[in-house]
Design a protein around this ligand. Structure first.
Ligand code: F6P
Length: 525
């Protein structure tokens, strides 16, 4: 057990935390300096986050007190740092240039599968079935790199809502369709229900051997075999790869079939470059560390309840849900490794939408709402389309929003503008209060040179390591997700009751019992 790595003292009882808190509160809100870090080809501009020498020092001291160096080493060594599940969280191994033999073997098998399939020009359509970490990453890759054209169609089916599988299969020729079932556990209710529907659909489509058209990607090959998938169509990964960290494994096979395996290779090498940066860069220049500290200051000291992701690239529309799972499933916890309550606010709500759409949806709230939220602006320096003026506009909007949030607009400036617009003095004074922006709202600007697989891999690993550091400081386990279990368990029982088992009223609150009865009666009629 690696519990000894994790500090037993609750964060709020540590003098280093008190120091960090004080330094955050005293740091300049509107400092006018440049602080840009470079990591694996990304530029990370933290100039509009609170900063001071004292804060830098306090952050470093806090990390040392939380055994940062030892914990980071344990992550990369494959030590069992996921203490509640007694496993490693060794996704970095999947990005090693010389990984474990079994990792290299599965990777080669996947490449060979895609090569053979491509050379035979097989499968016009891919139906990717999986949910959460077995879904978001593949969606992200296909929208990031297949936005203009993919020679195969890909459909994603995650939700157990029957409309999802219905639309996922609609209009496809079963004989031309490969079904990819991605599930680490091979027990997830939604995925199993959808996989069964797809199997039935292949059978109904007179496919002679439907299991030749289904591939499974899982860490539970026994279950996959028992369900019917033959070994040659099974790709495996390992229990030491968390679902939300599994894009680096054969979970990416559907992306390999649609946007090409060079995308997977580039992604992995970008992530590895970020791993090396995280391992080797000194504290003050270490991008995941500095992002994590800024995030902790914003969440636990300044008490911002949420964190916004404004990605100024429409190809990355799937980045928000990907990061929502990564951050919220990892950091949405309130007890530490030892089961003690963490007495400071932990992981924020993560939300967002691509810019510029977001500007016309919720940016009003970000500029003038009572709470505000720190924002990650993400943008590419170069675009890949043929309209440079569009890209210049996009860049301008991104920078403008960030500046408006930081510098704001004073009532006096707004008043003068109103007078210049010809308003009466009284009108100008009143309107000025509505037009003023408080400013001082923190953000981080992350610039990728252009959207390459390498840059995206580096970006995703940047967030992974940021989450790791935050989990360490808060003292929680970022690699488990026990909170989702109760709902799964209840759903199994409630489904039986809706299907006709008598309602076990004592197991439910009265409202749930009422609706179980209503839905059962509806269902029966
Ligand atoms: O939501 C819980 C969860 O276990 C996620 O962590 C995971 O990514 C998802 O369900 C899917 O799990 P599986 O890959 O085992 O089907």
């Amino acid at each position: 057990m690696s519990n000894e790595i994790f500090c037993r003292t609750p964060l709020d009882k540590m003098p280093e935390w008190a120091q960090f808190t004080q330094a955050t509160q005293q740091a300049n809100v509107k400092s006018d300096h440049l602080r840009i870090l470079n990591a694996a080809g990304l530029s990370i501009d933290l100039s509009t986050q609170r900063h001071s020498q004292e804060l830098d020092q306090a952050g470093e001291t806090l990390l040392q007190a939380r055994n940062f160096t030892q914990a980071r080493q344990a992550l990369f060594n494959g030590t069992k740092i996921n203490t509640t599940e007694n496993r490693a969280a060794w996704h970095t191994m999947l990005r090693e240039p010389r990984p474990l033999p079994e990792v290299a073997h599965e990777y080669r098998r996947m490449l060979e599968f895609v090569r053979r399939t491509d050379s035979e020009r097989r499968w016009r359509n891919i139906v990717h079935i999986g949910i959460g970490g077995s879904d978001w990453g593949v969606r992200l890759l296909t929208s990031a790199f297949g936005y203009t054209h993919m020679w195969r169609n890909i459909r994603f089916v995650a939700n157990v809502d029957g409309h999802a599988i219905e639309s996922g299969l609609a209009g496809l020729d079963p004989k031309e369709t490969l079904v990819v079932v991605a599930t680490k556990s091979f027990t997830t209710a939604e995925t199993m229900a959808n996989a069964q529907r797809a199997l039935d659909w292949l059978k109904a489509g007179n496919v002679r051997n439907p299991f030749n058209q289904i591939i499974g990607i899982t860490a539970n090959p026994e279950n996959a075999r028992a369900w019917g998938i033959p070994d040659h169509n099974l790709f495996r990964f390992w229990d030491w790869v968390g679902g939300r960290f599994s894009l680096w494994s054969s979970v990416g096979v559907a992306a390999g079939l649609t946007v090409g395996t060079p995308v997977l290779a580039g992604l992995i090498s970008g992530a590895h470059a970020m791993d090396q940066h995280f391992l080797n860069a000194p504290f003050a220049e270490n991008a995941p560390v500095q992002l994590a500290l800024a995030g902790i200051g914003n969440r636990s000291v300044l008490e911002y309840g949420s964190h916004n992701i404004a990605v100024y690239d429409s190809r990355l529309s799937q980045l928000v849900p990907y990061l929502q799972q990564l951050i919220m499933e990892s950091l949405g916890k309130s007890v530490d490794h030892y089961g003690e309550p963490i007495n400071v606010p932990t992981g924020p709500v993560v939300w967002g939408m691509p810019g510029t759409d977001a500007q016309h949806t919720f940016f009003q709230w970000l500029h003038q709402g009572s709470d505000g939220a720190p924002i990650d602006f993400i943008v590419c320096q170069e675009a890949d389309h043929q309209w440079p003026s569009h890209h210049r506009k996009l860049l301008a909007h991104c920078l403008a929003q960030r500046q408006a949030l930081w510098t704001g607009k004073s009532i006096e400036t707004a008043y003068q503008e109103n007078l210049a617009d010809g308003k009466s003095e009284a009108e100008a004074r009143l309107l000025a209060k509505h037009r003023a922006l408080p400013g001082g709202r923190p953000s981080t600007l992350i610039v990728m040179p252009r959207l390459t697989p390498f840059a995206l891999g580096a970006l995703l690993a940047l967030y992974e390591h940021k989450v790791f550091v935050q989990g360490l400081v808060w003292g929680l386990n970022p690699f488990d997700q026990w909170g989702v279990e109760l709902g799964k368990q209840l759903a199994g029982n409630i489904e039986k009751e809706i299907n006709g088992d008598s309602t076990q009223a004592k197991l439910h609150d009265s409202s749930t019992a009422h609706w179980i009865n209503t839905f059962r009666n509806n269902h029966a009629s």
